[in-house]
Design a binder for this molecule. Structure first.
Ligand SMILES: CC(C)(COP(=O)(O)OP(=O)(O)OC[C@H]1O[C@@H](n2cnc3c(N)ncnc32)[C@H](O)[C@@H]1OP(=O)(O)O)[C@@H](O)C(=O)NCCC(=O)NCCS
Length: 198
C-alpha cells in the first residue's frame, strides 16, 4: 500500500491532470477516453461528475498524495447492478506515478469502502484486457480473483471481445452469480454522499 494516499472527488482544479491523462497513450489504449480531450472537455467532464453520481451511473474519484495534493490517478465504480449488489471498477494512474503501488492502493481502498460502506456491494468486478498484464496484476494485488479467462472463456466477437473478469466478493456474502455481465441500472440510493479515505 502507498502511504499518504487519499481518495477524493474530482475538482475543477484537476482539469490539467485529466487532459494529460487523456493524452497518455496507455490510458487511451486501455480505458475509454472521450472524443474531445481538450481543457474545456475536461472541465465539462469534471462538472458532470456530480450529475453522474447523483443519477447512480458512476462514482469517479481521484487518488491524491496527502503531503502535496498532487493527483496520482483515478479509480471509479460504474455499471451498478442493484439486484446482485455489484458494480464495475476501473482505474488509471498518472504516468509519472506508476510502479509504486498507487493503483493497488486506490483499488483496495475503494473496494473495501464499496463492500463495507453505505453501498454494501456484494461484488466489485474488474474487466481487464488479456493484453494488459499490468492491470491484471493490479487486480490480483488488490485481492481480486479471476472468474473467467483463457480457453474456457467465451469466444471473443467484435461485440464481446475477450476479457479477463476479476471479482472481489464481500467475505460475508453468499456466492454471487452472473456478475460477469452486470446490468447498467441507475439507482440514486446506491450512490452516497460519503466518500472513502485512505
Ligand atoms: C495499469 C496501471 C494502472 C498500473 O498502475 P501502477 O500504480 O503502476 O500499479 P501498481 O504499482 O499498483 O502495481 C500493481 C501490480 O502490477 C504490476 N505492474 C505494474 N505495471 C506493470 C507493467 N507495466 N507490466 C507488468 N506488471 C506491472 C506490479 O509489478 C504489481 O504487481 P505485484 O503486486 O505482483 O508486484 C497503470 O500502468 C496505468 O494507468 N495504465 C494505463 C491505464 C490502464 O491500463 N487502466 C486499467 C484498464 S483495465
Amino acid at each position: 500500500m502507498v502511504d499518504g494516499l487519499e481518495l477524493r472527488r474530482w475538482a475543477i482544479g484537476d482539469r490539467d491532470d485529466l487532459v494529460e491523462a487523456w493524452a497518455d497513450p496507455e490510458v487511451r489504449r486501455w480505458t475509454t477516453v472521450p472524443d474531445d480531450v481538450d481543457s474545456d472537455a475536461a472541465a465539462r467532464w469534471i462538472a458532470g461528475e456530480e450529475r453522474r453520481r447523483e443519477a447512480g451511473l458512476a462514482l469517479d474519484l481521484v487518488g491524491v498524495a496527502v503531503n502535496d495534493g498532487r493527483l496520482l490517478g483515478e479509480v471509479g465504480l460504474s455499471t451498478f447492478d442493484v439486484q446482485r449488489g455489484a458494480a464495475r471498477i476501473g482505474w488509471w494512474v498518472a504516468a509519472s506515478e506508476r510502479g509504486r503501488g498507487v493503483a493497488t492502493s486506490m483499488v483496495r481502498v475503494l473496494t473495501a469502502w464499496a463492500h463495507a460502506g453505505p453501498l454494501a456491494l456484494r461484488a466489485v468486478v474488474a474487466e481487464v484486457d488479456p493484453a494488459n498484464p499490468a492491470s491484471a496484476a493490479v487486480a490480483r494485488a488488490a485481492g481480486f480473483k479471476l472468474l473467467s479467462s483463457g480457453p474456457e472463456a467465451p469466444m471473443a466477437t467484435d461485440a464481446a471481445p475477450r476479457r479477463f473478469v476479476f471479482a472481489s466478493v464481500r467475505p460475508d456474502s453468499e456466492p454471487v452469480t452472473g456478475i460477469e455481465d452486470p446490468v447498467v441500472r441507475a439507482s440514486e440510493d446506491l450512490i452516497s454522499e460519503d466518500r472513502p479515505d485512505a
